[in-house]
Every structure is written in C-alpha cells, then in structure tokens.
Design a protein around this ligand. Sequence first.
Ligand code: GLU
Length: 474
Amino acid sequence: MPIALAFSTGDLAVLVGCQKGGYSARMTTITRFAPSPTGRLHVGNIRTALHNWMLARGSGGTFMLRIDDTDAARSKEEYVDAIRADLAWLGMEPDGEERQSERMDLYETAFEALKQAGRVYPAYETAQELELKRKIQLGRGLPPTYDRAAMAMSAEERAAKEAEGIAPHWRFALDHDEPITWEDGVRGTQKFDASQLSDPVIRRANGSWLYMLPSAVDDIEMGITDVLRGEDHVSNTAVQIQMFTALFAAQHKTQDLPRFAHTALLVGKEGKLSKRLGSLGCDAFREKDIGAQAIIALLARLGTSQPVEPIADLQTLLDTFDLSNFSRAPAKFDDAELERLNTALVHQMDYAEVADRLPEGIDEAGWHAIRPNLSTISEAAEWWALVTGPIELPEFSEEDRSYLAQAAVALTWGDDPWGTLTAALKDSTGRKGKALFLPLRQALTGMNHGPDMGELLPLIGEEKARGRLQRAAG
Ligand code: GLU
C-alpha cells in the first residue's frame, strides 16, 4: 500500500487560502511557474511566469513558484535567489514556494505506488546501447521510440544484470491502449498515440529524478488547476497525462486533471529562435533602464490577438488576458518595441511613481517639464543638469550676442517669464520663429532642443537665467 502523502491537495489549497485570507479553496485557480535554478531567468521564461501570474491574479487565484532543483549538480542557490529577486523586481511575487529538493519523499512514495501498479520498470541499457538502437531505427526509416526491450526481460535476466553490478534506471510504462487527448487552452484539441512515444526514463541509476515524474506529482499534490507553459512541453504533457491517471489510480485519488495550455515559443524579430533571447533577462533590462511595467505590457500581449500598447494599468491587462487570444504562431520579440513601450510608459508616469528614482532637487514641476523628453527615467539626470548647471555654451554670432544682451535686460519674472520675454523681444527686435527662440534656448540651456522652455525657465530661476543670458552675450 502506498504510504499516505505528506498533505493532500485540499490541505495545500486551504493552507494557501489561509495565507491569502478567505477565498474558496476548491474553486480557486492555482498556477505554478517551475524554473530550474540552473541559470538566470530569460525573457522566454519571464513570459511564462507572467502568464501564470496573470491567470492567477485575474481570477483571485494562487500563483506558486516551484523550484525544480532535482538536479543537484546543476542547480545553484545563487540562481534560486536570483529567480526570487527577478520575480520581485517584476512585481510578480508568488503566493507560495515549493522546492523539489525538499519533496523527495513524495516522489519516492509515488514511485513505489507506480511500481506496485506495474507502471514502472527497470531498464539496464547503457547510453551507448540506446544510441545504437536509435541509429538503427533511424537508418531503417523508423521513429526512434524505445523498443521496450527491458520490459520484456525475465526476472532471471534482470537478476543477471544486477549480479554484474549494473544498477537499473527506471522507465514509466505508457499505456498504449489509453488514448491521450486534451483540450489545450491555446492549441485546441490535442491527440497523441501512446504507442508512438517512448516510455520516459523517470529515474536514473543513481536514484536521482528526471523532470517528468516529480513535476506530475507536484502538480497533483499542489492542486495545480492550470498548467500553462511553452509548447516545447506538449509531448511532456502527453506523457504526464498518463502519469496523472496512473497516479490517481495507484494512490486512490479522486482529482481532476489540470487544464493544460501551451504557448507558442518566443522568437527574435526575424522569426527565428534566438540564442540572444536565451540570455536576455532582468539585468539587461535594468541596465537599459527598461521598467517592469514595459516588460509586462509587452509580454502580456505578445503573440496574442490583442494589440501591444503602453498600458500601465495592470487591471486593464488582466481584464483582457485570455488564453483564447493566443496565436499558435511564434511570438516575435523586438527590443525596439520594448523600448518604445517603455518610453511611452515613462511619459505617463506621475511624479509620485518615480520620485525616489530621480536626482535630488527634481520636484513635480521639474518632472513634468522633463518627462516628455525622456526615453528612460535615468535620462532625467541629464536634462535636470540643464537646470542646475553649469552648462556649456555654443559660439554665438555678433548679432545674436547683442540680441541676448537685450534679452538679459528684458527678462522679468512673473507667472510666465518665457511667454513674457519672447513676446517683448518679438516686439522690440522684430525677430520671430527660430531666430527669436533658438538663441534664447541655446543661451539658457546650452542645447538646440529639449524640454518646453515655458516649463523649464521657471525651474532655472530668474537670477541663474539672467546670468546665463549675460554670459552668452559675452
Ligand atoms: N522545470 C521545467 C522547465 O523549466 C518546468 C516545466 C513545467 O512547467 O512543467 O522547463
């Protein structure tokens, strides 16, 4: 008899429910993001995390982080920390976390139950033997599925292998008679013929676990209602659906299968799988001062029928997030699109949102003057330096110098010093357009372009402004 599991699905849902306070445990959507801590998160898995987070947030559900660290050799604690930090920076904090390395008892129990039920079997082939079989099958034009030679071994043959000191690895026996089908949230009806699939190796000879079984066990034990991941997992889902039903039967559980949805992969803007995207993550975004809002606005809609727009309001994104909007064609990631979104979002930001990221001295009026000129928040410092000075002046013509000398005299201070000054100079000098405005802008800021002078001049202040005009006048 399988030993009772540490806790049941219901327990976990209730536990999580208690933390979050008061929603119905059974009906809640529970999603999970399950990265392996063998590297930093990249834009592809950030997108998967976001989809799972949105699916949960949009329905008052629970978003779980599951650290897939069964591979002790490749998993690193620094990556676990980085994954948590990146999710926090993106504003996608999970409601709970599980680590596969702490759940080994569950996998052992499930494995024993499957063994009892005759759904796992030992296999003794070496990697070289398997490779040879594959080559022969391919040479004959056959699909390279595992031939189940180990399943056919007698007890004596197995004993003989063990006597030679060969420890087995373990395969899950697919049921060739059980049709595999599911309604995929993105791909529609999916059908697989189990006989076309290899019985997956689930456990290595040294006892360690491969991805397939622990993931299915956790999805059951954590009460995951929706498995939402990239389409590279479609054939894993086919196998895992049989694992689910085998585990339900072997462990006498009455539980629904989770819903499955597989999103098309993320590719570069040329439409190809991109190596660069595999290493593009939060550090690179931060370095370019791309904010989490822009990443979320882009990734929430990329590859869907909804337009990608600079939407700052999360609720709007949540309300329009729907798996049925996802396309089966690859989603194209374009850095320039992300940068454009970021810029448009910066232009919408209120002072309160950015105040703690601005250089000393920029107040609300300063932010409003500078904001339309920024493509990233960090550029605020450069523009603010025009206000605080010192500024570098260009060379002025004789004529402009005398114009600027007049300006220094004409400058008066009131509600709209720029409007007053330019109106006065227009009258007194007959200058208009560029000849009227550009030398003033150059003298007051050292630049040919920049923030609206009507907003900027009050920030520079009367004394400094007059000083700059006088200096420019020579
Ligand atoms: N650790 C697996 C991966 O990163 C999880 C896949 C899944 O979502 O089940 O590919």
